[in-house]
Structures are given as C-alpha cells and as structure tokens.
Write a protein that binds this ligand. Structure first.
Ligand code: SDX
Length: 436
C-alpha cells in the first residue's frame, strides 16, 4: 500500500493512501489528530471524502456519471425510474418478478392515511411545495413509527418513495383548489404522477407518452449524485441513528437552497428576467463575470463537473424532442441556448470550467409539462429520493460508520471575564425584530 508523508513541527508522519475502483486516490487521515494533535481544514469539504461508497461514480473531468456502474445514458435510454430506484437502493436491477412486486408496492403504498390528507387543509395555499414536502416526510414517522424498526426498513423505504409522489401532487392540487386524484395500479410511476397532478373529475385525462417518457428521464437523471450537499445531509443526520424519514426531511431542506436543487427555479427566474429585458443575454453574461454584481449564471458551474454535466446533455436533447412533439415553442429555450453558446466561448467561464449543469435545462422541460415553477425543486427531490435512501441505507449498514462530528479551528475570544449588567455597553449590532 502506498503512503503519504506529512512533516509537522519537524516531525514526519506517514499515512496510508487508499485507491478506489475507479482510481480515485485518498489519504486516510483517520489517525491524524491522535498522532499529531492537528486537524485538517477544508471549508465546503471540496477536498475531503466523508465515506467510501459503491452507489454512484462521477468523473468530473470527463463528465461521466454511473449508477452502480451503469452509465446514465444507458439508464435513460432503457430503464424506468422504479427500476433505477431499485438499482440504487438494492444494488442491482430487478428481474421481472422483483420488478413487478416493486411496482405493485409503489402503487399500493401511494395512498395517504386519511388524517395525513387533512394536513393539506391547514397549509396556506401559498406554502412552498418544498416546505410541505419536508414537513410531510418528517410527519411520516408520526404515522408510521415502525420506521424505527430496522427489520421493516424495506417497507419504510417503499412507503417513502410511494407517498412522496403523492405529497408533491397533493400540494399542487391544494394550491389550485382542486380535489386530490388517487394513483392507479395500471399506470407507471411517471404516468401516475402526471395523472395525479393534472387529471380532474370533470374530464377523462390521458397521459401523454411524450411527457411520461420525459418525466421518467428527468427522474432518472436526478436520482443520485454521490456526496452532494443534500446527500451528505442525509448521511450526517442518519449517522446519529435518526430514522429514515427524519434524515430525508433534512435532505429536502438542504436541496431547497438556490445553490443546490433550488437552482432549477432560479434558472427560469433568470431566463424570464432576460426575456423581459428584451432577450439581452449578453448583459447577463457580463454581469455574471463581475464579482461585485452578486449575480451568477444560474444552472452553470459545478463543484465536481469541470466538463459538461452529462445530465445537461441528456436534458438539452430532451427539450428539443418534447417541445417538437408537443408542437410548442418556448422563448426561454432560445435564450438558454444563446446564453450557453456565449458562455462556453467566454474566457471567464472557460478558465473556471463553468458548464451548464443538470438545472440549466430541467426547468424548461418541467414548464413544457405544465408543472408550475414553485414545484421544480420538489420534482428534483422526487428524483433524488432513491439516491438519498440508498446512501442512508449504505451508511447504516457500514460497520465503519461513526456519528458525523467534524472539528473546527476556534478563532473566537480567549478566556473573558463575565460583564455585570450595569457595566455593559450598547453593542454596535442591534438585532432587528420589526416586520418589514
Ligand atoms: C446542483 O454537488 C452536486 O452534485 C449538486 C448537484 C446534484 O445533482 O446534487 O449536481 C445539483 O446543485 C447543481 C448546481 C446548481 N447550482 C447552480 O447552478 C447555482 C450556480 N452555480 C454556482 O453557484 C456554483 O457553480 C456552484 C454552487 C454550483 C459550485 O460552487 P463552488 O464549487 O463552490 O464554486 P465557486 O463558487 O468557488 O466558484 C468558482 C469560481 C468563482 O470565481 P473566482 O472566485 O474563481 O473568480 O467560479 C465562479 C465563482 O465566482 N462561478 C460562477 C458561477 N459558478 C461559479 N460565476 C458565475 N456564474 C456561476 N454560475
């Protein structure tokens, strides 16, 4: 085994180097603090591996993404989302018998406890779907306490995958004042979701195969992405032995941020702003290059991909297919493509290896399906659910797992005397409690 040497205070320390199955190299510093008294510092963990994992492989330099070794392109061309969920969570694609039972369980468990449906009556209609999704997933542990029983983990997993789709569709129906639509066993996961979102008692609703296939693709490309912010959150929360539903609820909150899963909504807001501004996309590219502008080209850049995100390639192709099949045009598509063209030739983006990521085109597809913008991040969450579950399960089954508890470098005041009330000065910062 090769090693890495560190010299600290004149003393040499040697640490083992481990190499993954795709030649990723890591210095194992498990004994660093115990042997040297020092820790490492790596804000944002850009250079730090939190675990070993067999679920997803990304090669950011060459733009490779594989789930359990299978390239994302092959899964998008040949698999259905439930199969990909099974692959990520259980490590292999289901055979016909396993797949049939898995799909049956996913539909049967789609229904909500009647008391849970009442919850939707008490959210404000303006509630963001991610707030509802996070709350309802956490509430599952109140209705299904057997989530604490590891012997029933498969039932807890299929319940979560099945009911999350229903939570998302119900939150949309509630927001438009329409009655909930129940899933059907003769529909695929994607078809059921589209039906639950758009069918009404007033008329027969037929699922468009074009939209069903596009949604299947969108769910698959979002299904996992190794140790991203929200998946690391699942591992962090789950490492305390917190139950599956609570761990996933925390991940939903992490995904909501505009730098992460919230970017798909931010991309559409950006494209619409450019459209309102006469389509002047050059102005926005120039703004994104100015540090002090506070503006970023949303949907561009990635911590890992320093090449084109393979998911963006897949979705960009799907945009042309879906809009063509639906016979619709979307002015935002041309703006997006022009932004991409100009950015990919601009030194600022080229030097920083900033390429379109998964969020750049996904929102345009969701729009084409009639999914409202505030639902976009919830759609990302539905896709990412199997990945979060797979990582939670892998972490809990790994005997090497310890509770996540990073260290810090303290830079605060040294030992300080207590100041009695009568001697305290008014501080420079005053907290604001008034409603704006
Ligand atoms: C997702 O981790 C995952 O795998 C995430 C994800 C998944 O599937 O789970 O892939 C999903 O979250 C995709 C990313 C969605 N977010 C966005 O599209 C928001 C816009 N992108 C960025 O804010 C940014 O690129 C991040 C957050 C994605 C990555 O941030 P990093 O790795 O911390 O990079 P950085 O902020 O340090 O940027 C490096 C340089 C900086 O310039 P310099 O200081 O070197 O001069 O690139 C610049 C940044 O200012 N930069 C951008 C930019 N992104 C980075 N400049 C303009 N526009 C951008 N979008």
């Amino acid at each position: 085994m090769s090693t890495a040497k560190l010299i600290l205070d004149g003393k040499e320390h040697e640490f083992p180097v481990i190499v993954g199955t795709e030649q990723e190299t890591a210095i194992d510093i498990t004994t660093l603090r115990q042997r040297t008294g020092a820790i490492t510092l790596d804000p944002g963990y850009a250079n730090t591996g939190s675990c070993v994992s067999s679920i997803t492989f990304i090669d950011g330099e060459t733009g490779i993404l594989r789930y359990r070794g299978i390239p994302i392109e092959d899964l998008c061309a040949s698999a259905k989302f439930p199969e990909v969920c099974y692959l990520l969570i259980y490590g292999h694609l289901p055979n016909s018998e396993e797949g049939a039972e898995w799909r049956r369980q996913l539909t049967l468990n789609s229904f909500l406890h009647q008391s849970m449906i009442n919850f939707f009556d008490h959210f404000p209609v303006t509630a963001h779907p991610m707030a509802i999704l996070s709350a309802m997933v956490a509430t599952l542990s109140a209705f299904y306490p057997d989530v604490m029983d590891d012997k029933k983990i498969d039932l807890s997993i299929v319940r979560l995958l099945a009911k999350a789709k229903t939570f998302a569709a119900y939150s949309f129906k509630k927001s438009i004042g329409e009655p909930a639509v129940y899933p059907r066993t003769d529909h695929s996961y994607a078809a059921n979701f589209l039906r639950m979102m758009f069918a009404t008692p007033a008329e027969f609703y037929e699922v468009s195969p074009v939209l069903e296939n596009a949604l299947n693709m969108l769910l698959i490309v979002h299904a996992d992405h190794e140790q991203n912010c929200s998946t690391s959150t699942v591992r962090m929360v789950g490492s305390s032995l917190s139950n599956l539903y609570s761990s996933i609820s925390a991940a939903i909150s992490a995904l909501w941020g505009p730098l992460h899963g919230g970017a798909n909504e931010a991309v559409i807001n950006m494209l619409q702003a450019i459209h309102r501004d006469g389509g002047n996309y050059r102005k926005y590219v120039d703004m994104a290059k100015k540090k002090d502008s506070g503006f970023r080209l949303m949907g561009f850049g990635h911590r890992v991909y320093k090449n084109y995100d393979p998911r963006a390639t897949i979705l960009k192709r799907e945009v042309d297919l879906v809009l063509g099949a639906l016979g619709v045009t979307d002015p935002l598509v041309d703006i997006a493509k022009n932004l991409e063209d100009i950015a990919l030739k601009d030194d600022f983006f080229v030097e920083r290896k900033l390429y379109p990521n998964v969020d750049f085109y996904s929102g345009i597809l969701y729009r084409a399906m009639g999914i409202p913008m505030e639902m976009f991040t919830a759609m990302f969450a539905l896709g990412r659910l199997p990945g979060w579950i797979a990582h939670w399960k892998e972490m809990r089954e790994d005997p090497a797992t310890r509770i996540h508890r990073p260290r810090q470098v303290y830079v605060g005041p040294n030992k300080t005397a207590f100041t009695p009330l009568e001697k305290r000065e008014r501080s420079a910062y005053q907290p604001k409690f008034t409603k704006e």
